[in-house]
Design a protein around this ligand. Sequence first.
Ligand SMILES: [Zn+2]
Length: 149
Amino acid sequence: MQYCAKRPAAMARISGGVDAPQLTGWVQFYQERGCVLVVARISGLPKQSKTGFFGFHIHQGEDCSGTEFSGTGSHYNPTQQLHPKHAGDLPPLLACGANAYLSVRTDRFSICDIIGRTVVIHSNPDDFHTQPAGNAGEKIACGVIYKGR
Ligand SMILES: [Zn+2]
């Protein structure tokens, strides 16, 4: 577990909105050679997801304000790709009870690309097909990505 010894280069503190008031957690981003390692630890997920999967993306917006986190805007997609080829597209979270843990490596963005943008958790799974956002439903939780110290 090499990354455990390193501090994350960026992180986001995740908080639930009105649809998931118990939801809390952290997403950490570690710079590796050629990849960014994304590690998410989430608790307090709501029960309404029929499948246990929750859409999980980086959005281009820079704040968690607004009704249903409208300040997060759409998926981070600097090169105008179709979903799920957006740079901000990530595997969905799978709940174990009310908790989820995910770690994944991606080369679709650098740490610098995502500082100041937002991590969003959705109420439904991502179908990896429907445009523009995989029919992932409401935005139930959000966190702004900031530079680690
Ligand atoms: Zn997308």
